[in-house]
Design a binder for this molecule. Structure first.
Ligand code: AMP
Ligand code: GLY
Length: 429
């Protein structure tokens, strides 16, 4: 068995969870994170290189003789990190720049869905403000306006009135509030239904779907605005039947990967379509070309198979040879955020109680915005600070156990939603 030196690119809770899982592989010799966080520092070595500094990452990988790199966040993928590594003969997990457009350009992904008859909201694409304004005049309300490029989850506007929609397109197309990411916009139909996250590992040809999961994107309880990077996740969703998941696999996952192959943009890595379960069936809200955050913190608690085996198979085109198993348990992650997030918040608050929380059975606190200061204290260093992940025989048990552990943890201004999973349990009834 060949032991591997592995670099994980990124520094969020998702990367801590992936590192935690990879570190359990017998084939993992040494782990590096770029840039990592206070939690990844206990699994391996944090390297002070930005996730988007591809040149510096390549130099590091060559110097340290890294065997395998996992490109996790959206921005290095959109910049073409996978292509650049491959050009240098370096082994890397993730989709190519062309394939990553599925997430990096909503205009690309909507055109792709239309061309391959994939179910999605009716839409039009605009670069011209006047044309967009005219189109809005006859659109039903609410109407959805989306920035085409990457916008840290902040580029979607659900507009209840024509005035609101006009303001959104003016801000994006005329005032350029999103810069180049907003040089193109998508205007689309408003969809109604429960929102779910689906993920699949793929080597381009073969794929394997994860259990479904549910994020909680809004900051406020009861899903009140504004949007965040995600305040908590649960999996598997208690209201998605095996039959529905099979339907999603056949109608969405398989044709998406086939379409990408046909278009010469073969997708390898993790594809994550966000779906709305509408009264006329599941529809694609958006594609992500990567693992979700904080979905991954929950998923890593359920994945039974060695993640390194899966990653290798995705790169080598042998995913059909790997049996991927998920624990027959439920899991959840509760995100603990800095007071004020997703708007302005302070950093540098001392975090207490993680050890006590992790002494409780089945609890792991994945770090996101944390770092160790010069005095050896763990301090807050971002909006989303920790993701407390728990498993249980049922979703209710997992949630109860996660919330009990959360009570042990404290830092000044700490905020979390107390209703993670509540809606999903109500839908199941
Ligand atoms: P996205 O970045 O495309 O996932 O959009 C962010 C959030 O906006 C989604 O998670 C949905 O809750 C909401 N959203 C996006 N598109 C639509 C749509 N067509 N109809 C209703 N809600 C939407
Ligand atoms: N969970 C939301 C995202 O990863 O985009």
């Amino acid at each position: 068995m060949q032991k591997q030196k592995i670099l994980i690119i990124g520094g969020g809770g998702r990367e801590h969870a992936i590192g935690w899982k990879i570190s359990q592989s017998e084939r993992c010799e040494e782990l590096y994170f770029a840039p990592g966080n206070g939690g990844t520092a206990s699994l391996g070595t944090n390297v002070d290189i930005k996730a988007t500094d591809i040149e510096a990452l390549i130099e590091f990988v060559k110097k340290e003789k890294i065997d395998l790199t996992l490109a996790i966040p959206d921005d290095p993928l959109a910049l073409g990190i996978v292509d650049e590594f491959q050009k240098k003969g370096l082994r890397i997990f993730g989709p190519s720049k062309n394939a990553a457009q599925l997430e990096a350009s909503k205009a690309f992904s909507k055109n792709f869905m239309a061309m391959h008859n994939l179910p999605t909201a009716k839409f039009e694409i605009f670069t011209d403000y006047e044309l967009a304004k005219k189109y809005l005049e006859n659109h039903s309300l609410p109407v959805v306006v989306k920035v085409s490029g990457l916008a840290l989850g902040k580029g979607v506007f659900i507009c209840e009135s024509l005035e609101e929609a006009n303001l959104a397109i003016e801000n994006i197309l005329v005032k350029k509030t999103f810069g180049d990411a907003g040089s193109e916009i998508v205007i689309e139909e408003f969809l109604i239904g429960p929102e779910i996250s689906t993920h699949a590992f793929t080597d381009g040809l073969h794929y394997s779907v994860f259990p479904t999961s549910g994020d909680h994107k809004r900051i406020g309880e009861g899903d009140t605005s504004p949007n965040t990077g995600g305040m908590g996740t649960i999996a598997p969703l208690p209201f998605v039947s095996g039959e529905l998941l099979k339907n999603i696999e056949d109608e969405i996952i398989a044709p998406t990967l086939k379409g990408m192959r046909e278009d010469g943009n073969t997708f390898s890595g993790v594809v994550y379509p966000g779906l709305m379960l509408t009264s006329s069936g599941p529809k694609i809200l958006e594609y992500n070309a990567r693992f979700g955050d904080p979905e991954t913190q929950t998923y890593m608690r359920l994945l039974d198979t060695d993640l390194l085996d899966i990653v290798d198979a995705c790169i080598d085109g042998t995913l059909d040879k790997v049996q991927i198993n998920w624990k027959k348990l439920s899991a959840c992650t509760i995100v603990l955020a800095s007071g004020g997030y997703p708007d302005k918040y302070e950093k540098g608050k001392v975090i207490k109680g993680i050890e006590e929380a992790e002494q409780q059975e089945g609890i792991i606190a994945f770090h996101a915005g944390t770092k160790n200061d010069d005095d050896g204290n763990l301090i807050t260093n971002g909006g989303r600070v920790l993701g407390v992940a728990a498993v249980g025989d049922t979703l209710e048990e997992a949630l109860a156990s996660a919330y009990k552990a959360v009570e042990e943890i404290s830092f000044e201004g700490m905020y979390y939603r107390k209703d993670i999973g509540k809606k999903a349990l109500a839908i199941r009834g």
